[in-house]
Design a protein around this ligand. Structure first.
Ligand SMILES: C[S@@+](CC[C@H](N)C(=O)[O-])C[C@H]1O[C@@H](n2cnc3c(N)ncnc32)[C@H](O)[C@@H]1O
Length: 387
């Protein structure tokens, strides 16, 4: 078997180009960027490396085959023709999940069982097994995804979604997915030694992701992946990827990151999450109203996910917060401000048209990411904490 694999890094709608940039930054080229996914071919070591390092992808899947399928026979034969034995071990456990959109083969349970049968037949022949496959070994979640009559067959390499970094032990009512929080930070030009503030920090996700980015800590360093037990990926390849992550972490990088929130309970939660993330007291947490926020330094960044005021009774209060933030930031034009909200009147409440807007989904909520670029003042940065 060649040691090249084709991988699909799946992405939430709107984040594809950010995921693609991350894949490129890991040294992989010739990417195909499609709706919801980035496809690339790489050495097998890309499986541990992408799982460990991708901050904004949902998961990494191994592409086994892609073909047109308009009949069950075709689905069966094409599936059976794929080299499953190159990936799934003799005793591997491989449940099949599926989805079908705008396709002739619309019955997902039927597609799943046909794919399962085809793989079983292929593996029994290749491994010379006459009876049942034991399925007591490593876990391979196979997916058959059919879209407009094209079947894409993959095996999930991640296991739990990549947003689960392992640090979130507590959360508030509306926590941001870690992958989206990382994306919000990555689209800014923030440098690790510049002030960074989230004045509506909740459980601290944005500030924690910024700290991980700032110190170049691999987001998957404290978790496990489904493919860690796969026989075709030598243990030394995993060891090397973890060693690389350890070597590239820059724990000496000074940071100036603050998270604040009105709710003292959320501050406790954020503090615990940061500790769990191994950040100790690198992030400053503070119980505070947004109206009391006052930048004391220059060239800082506010990156935040405030309440959206979707419940009618919250609206006036939320609109006041947006006005307050706009008034505060007007006095500090060197600061850049990034706000994710679904409130369509944000710009007029904040009092300024955004330099740039980007449509993003926060779960199922349609939001805009309002971006205000600061006018940088060139001076020597300071490393005092707080703002
Ligand atoms: C959408 S949540 C932020 C969630 C956060 N991004 C996370 O991942 O957990 C909004 C936060 O704003 C806080 N908040 C509400 N009103 C506030 C105010 N006037 N000043 C500061 N924080 C406020 C809430 O306590 C809540 O934690």
């Amino acid at each position: 078997m060649s040691n090249k694999v084709t991988l699909i890094a799946t992405a939430a709608m709107g984040l594809e180009s950010i995921v693609a940039n991350e894949v490129k930054a890991l040294g992989y080229e010739d990417l195909q960027v499609e709706n919801g996914r980035v496809i690339f071919t790489a050495d097998v070591s890309a499986i541990p490396r992408t799982n460990l390092w991708l901050r904004t992808a949902d998961r990494v899947k191994l592409l086994v085959g892609r073909f047109k399928a308009t009949s069950f026979d075709q689905l069966f034969e094409e599936t059976k023709a794929l080299p499953w034995e190159a990936f799934i071990s003799e005793d591997g456990e491989f449940p099949v999940v599926g989805k079908s959109v705008k396709s002739k083969l619309y019955s997902v349970p039927d597609c799943q069982s046909i794919v399962k049968k085809a793989i079983v037949e292929r593996l029994k022949k290749k491994y010379g097994i006459a009876s049942w496959l034991k399925e007591t070994g490593a876990f391979y979640r196979v997916e058959v995804a059919i879209h407009k009559d094209e079947a894409v067959l993959t095996i999930d390499t991640s296991g739990t979604g990549l947003h689960k970094r392992g640090y979130r032990i507590g959360q508030g009512e509306a926590p941001l997915k870690e992958t989206l929080a990382a994306a919000l930070v990555q689209v800014t030009n923030w440098k690790p030694d510049e002030p960074f503030v989230d004045p509506f920090c909740g459980s601290g996700t944005i500030a924690i992701e910024a700290a991980l980015i700032g110190q170049n800590i691999a987001p998957g360093f404290n978790r496990e992946f489904a493919s860690e037990n796969w026989g075709f990926i030598p243990q030394k390849v995993w060891d090397e990827a973890f060693r690389e992550a350890e070597e590239h972490a820059n724990y000496d990088q000074p940071l100036d990151i603050t998270g604040s929130d009105l709710d003292p309970e959320m501050i406790k939660v954020a503090e615990r999450n940061a500790l769990e993330a191994g950040l100790g007291d690198l992030v400053t947490w503070k119980q505070m109203q947004v109206s009391d926020f006052k930048p004391k330094k220059e060239n800082g960044y506010v990156v935040t996910n405030p309440p959206y005021g979707e419940r009618l009774n919250e609206k006036p209060e939320v609109e006041k917060m947006y006005r307050d933030l706009g008034t505060i930031m007007r006095d500090d034009p060197s600061w850049s401000v990034y706000v994710l909200t679904s409130h369509e009147g944000f710009e007029s409440l904040y009092g300024k048209k955004a330099t740039k807007k980007r449509k993003l989904f926060n779960g199922f909520i349609k939001t805009d990411y309002y971006q205000y670029f600061g006018k940088k003042i060139r001076s020597t940065p300071t490393h005092n904490k707080g703002f």
